[in-house]
Design a protein around this ligand. Structure first.
Ligand code: ARG
Length: 276
C-alpha cells in the first residue's frame, strides 16, 4: 500500500490572520483574557500556505476585515461542491458579518452564492466524503441546514450528532483521508467519543477501516487536518495519529498552528476548499 497514495491537486481559499484575536468566547477553547501573539499567528499561517503551495495546491485569499477576528477560519464561510456555493449563516452574531465579506469574494470569482436560511457553518460541519456529505450538528449547524444542503447539492447527507463541546464542529473530530472512487467509499479519521452512540455506529458501519484517533490527538487538533489523498497537513503534536497515517501509506506534513488553538481552530479551519 505505501507509495500507492495519489494526491489530487486542490484549490483552497484562505484569509490572512491580520486581525486575528480572541475577543469573545463562543467555544470552550476561547479565553479573551489569554493574549494572542499576532506575529506568531501570521508566521504559522504563512507556513501553512507555503506547505500547500510546495505540494502543488492553488491558494486564493480573501481580504481580511478589521472587526472580524475569526475571519481567518475560512472553512466556516461556505461549502463549495460541484461549483455550487452554499454560503453560511453563522450561529454567533459576532461572526455573521463574515458571510458578506466571503460572498463578495465568491461573486467576484464568478460564483453564485445561495445563503443558508438556517444556521450553517460551511465546511466546519459539512464534510464531503466521496458519495456522501457528512454533516455535523449539536453545537452550530442545524438539522434543517442538513436537509437544505441535501436538496441544494443533491448528495446524500449523513447527519452526525456531536456531543462534546470541545469538538463543536465536525471538522474538529473527523477528516477525510481520501474521497474514494467508483465503488470504493474512501476513508476517514475520527475521534468516536465526540459523537453520540448512534452516530458512532453509523460511522463504524460506513467506514469499517477508519483511522481512530485518541483523545490526546483530537485535543491537539490532529483531526482538523487536510489530506490531498497522499499528504496530510497535520498538527505536529498529534504524533500517534501521524504515525498511524504513515503506516497506512500517507505522508504526514506537520504544520504548527498552535496560536489558532486559542480560538478553537487549526489547519482545516483555516482552509476552504473550492471544489469545481
Ligand atoms: N473561533 C471560531 C469559532 O468558534 C473557530 C472556528 C474554527 N473553525 C472550524 N472550522 N472548526 O467559530
Amino acid at each position: 500500500m505505501p507509495d500507492s497514495r495519489v494526491p489530487r491537486l486542490r484549490r483552497f481559499l484562505v484569509c490572512e490572520p491580520r486581525h486575528f484575536a480572541v475577543q469573545y468566547s463562543i467555544n470552550p477553547w476561547m479565553h479573551p483574557d489569554t493574549p494572542v501573539d499576532v506575529d506568531l499567528a501570521q508566521d504559522q499561517w504563512q507556513e501553512l500556505i507555503r506547505a500547500y503551495r510546495a505540494h502543488g495546491h492553488t491558494v486564493d485569499a480573501v481580504e481580511p476585515v478589521a472587526a472580524l477576528p475569526d475571519m481567518v477560519f475560512a472553512a466556516n464561510c461556505a461549502l463549495v461542491l460541484g461549483g455550487r456555493v452554499l454560503g453560511s449563516l453563522f450561529h454567533a452574531p459576532e461572526r455573521r458579518p463574515e458571510s458578506t465579506a466571503y460572498d463578495t469574494w465568491f461573486k467576484s470569482a464568478g460564483y453564485e452564492v445561495f445563503r443558508s436560511e438556517s444556521v450553517c457553518e460551511g465546511e466546519g460541519d459539512l464534510v464531503p466524503a466521496g458519495r456522501y456529505l457528512l454533516a455535523g450538528t449539536g453545537f452550530r449547524t442545524t438539522r434543517e441546514a442538513h436537509r437544505q444542503a441535501q436538496e441544494f447539492f443533491g448528495v446524500p447527507v449523513v447527519s452526525l450528532q456531536l456531543v462534546d463541546p470541545r469538538f463543536y464542529h465536525l471538522d474538529t473530530a473527523l477528516f477525510v483521508l481520501d474521497d474514494g472512487t467508483g465503488s470504493h467509499p474512501g476513508n476517514i479519521a475520527y475521534y468516536p467519543e465526540a459523537f453520540s452512540p448512534g452516530s458512532r455506529a453509523v460511522l463504524a458501519r460506513l467506514y469499517p477501516d477508519a483511522v481512530i484517533a485518541t483523545r490526546e490527538d483530537a485535543m491537539a487538533f490532529g483531526l482538523n487536518s487536510v489530506s490531498d489523498g497522499r499528504h496530510v497537513f497535520i498538527a505536529p503534536r498529534a504524533k500517534e495519529l501521524a504515525d498511524q497515517l504513515a503506516r497506512q501509506g500517507y505522508v504526514p506534513v506537520p504544520v504548527d498552528l498552535s496560536e489558532f488553538q486559542k480560538a478553537g481552530g487549526g489547519i482545516k479551519c483555516c482552509t476552504q476548499e473550492i471544489r469545481p
